[in-house]
Ligand binder design. Structure first.
Ligand code: SF4
Ligand code: SF4
Length: 391
């Protein structure tokens, strides 16, 4: 298998022809589509489908990117399926509303089972040694991951490494947040999961990304590229460069390199295709300070308030749908309605809140924002290292 090569391919619209040409070029740059699938192999496509929102909102991997990747791989004679676990509700209905199912049906790509899981022991993981993985992600010869470039409340940015989390079925993703509330430990778990699943290739939809209050409530932003790589750490490193962020701000990159998943050292990444400098957006709206971590359960509530970011509901935007309450993984829940009639928005009990930000992630109205206390905001802002040292 090749080294840490990342193909950067310009693509400015979701027009079918342009996306198809960009995917074809990306495959050529990275070694040809035949290097990733062969006649009769069962390959699972893993797009990022957080929720069944329309493609225009740019929350999920765009159906045209999914379709172009599918068509390219079908040319090898591989048998494709697809899946993701949105963590709440039926994957099929999310896939339909996200526009992925229509493209998959047209191409004869079946939905894999991402609702049921099987336990797998994996000693090669740096922390968690046992995962329950979606049956569909296990019963295949290989996975091709198709992440989306977006901001993320817990992990700052969500890219290639984080996309594999959708191979954990259903509500088990929430259980992971309860079990591993510390974002650095969470990042280590994600690295272990990627080492276990070993997707053959990662293809990032960075044509239109999401900035601000992502991963669901942010704003679409034209980025204009696709990234392709076998190395998810290298791919996420180039993603960081495109937004002017020091790649080492993301613990997934740091642990990814430490535990042998890939490299976040720009001098060890070979860039192919278009120069990343063409796409860099230093004003990309995101939090650029290191992620706050700490002994959450041992500090006093006063210190917690001073140090740790917390989710807050903007009352005027809340439509009282209750999704945030349903998705909150703690028991008892850390936010609830004061009255049965839902006359007012849900109310937080921060003492119980583990800061997983699942509520912020899922709110359909962008009504939940993450407030960072003064001390957290005063932390050193990491310098941007856009393209320094790239080969
Ligand atoms: S998910 Fe958002 S809109 Fe729905 S109740 Fe919670 S805060 Fe309000
Ligand atoms: S209130 Fe939100 S951030 Fe806190 S535990 Fe529940 S889902 Fe996570």
């Amino acid at each position: 298998m090749g080294g840490s090569k990342v193909a950067v391919v310009s693509c400015t619209t979701y027009g079918k022809k342009e996306v198809e040409a960009a995917v074809k070029r990306g495959f050529e740059l990275i070694g040809g589509v035949a290097a990733f699938a062969a006649q009769g192999e069962r390959i699972v496509l893993k797009p990022n489908v957080l929720w069944g929102d329309s493609p225009e909102k740019c929350i999920n991997t765009h159906p045209e990117v999914f379709g172009a990747v599918g068509r390219a791989l079908q040319g090898t004679g591989a048998v494709l399926s697809y899946g993701d676990s949105p963590g709440f509700g039926k994957p099929e209905s999310h896939m339909r509303r996200a526009g992925i199912k229509a493209v998959a049906d047209e191409l004869g790509i079946g939905l894999a089972d991402f609702e049921n899981g099987r336990e797998v022991e994996f000693s090669g993981s740096p922390s968690v040694k046992k995962f329950t993985v979606a049956v569909g992600a296990l019963e295949c010869n290989g996975i091709v991951s198709i992440p989306k470039l977006k901001t993320h409340g817990l992990m700052r940015l969500t890219g290639a490494i984080k996309n594999s989390f959708g191979c954990i079925p259903g509500m088990l993703t929430h259980a992971f947040h309860v079990r591993i509330p510390n974002p650095y430990d969470f990042a280590k778990m994600l690295v272990g999961l990627n080492l276990l699943l070993k997707p053959r290739l990662y293809i990032m939809d960075g044509i239109v990304g999401m900035e601000g209050n992502g991963p669901r409530g942010g704003n679409p932003v034209d980025m204009g590229f696709l990234l392709l790589s076998r190395d998810p750490v290298a791919l996420d490193t180039v993603m960081c460069m495109s937004v002017g962020l020091d790649p080492k701000i993301l613990p997934t990159n740091v642990f990814g390199m430490e535990y042998g998943l890939g490299t976040c050292d720009p001098s060890k990444i070979e860039m192919l295709g278009d120069p990343i400098e063409r796409f860099v957006k230093p004003d990309f709206d995101m939090v650029r300070t290191p992620i706050v971590s700490g002994p959450r359960y041992r500090v006093s509530s006063v210190l917690k308030r001073l140090l740790y970011p917390r989710p807050v509901i903007i009352e005027g935007r809340c439509v009282r749908c209750g999704t945030c309450v349903e998705v909150c993984p703690t028991d008892p829940k850390a936010l609830s309605y004061k009255t049965k009639g839902r006359e007012t928005p849900p109310v937080y009990q921060y003492k119980r809140c583990i800061r997983c930000f699942c509520c912020q992630e899922i709110c359909p109205e962008s009504a939940i924002v993450i407030k960072r206390p003064l001390l957290a905001r005063m932390r050193r802002r990491a310098p941007a290292k856009a393209t320094v040292g790239l080969k």
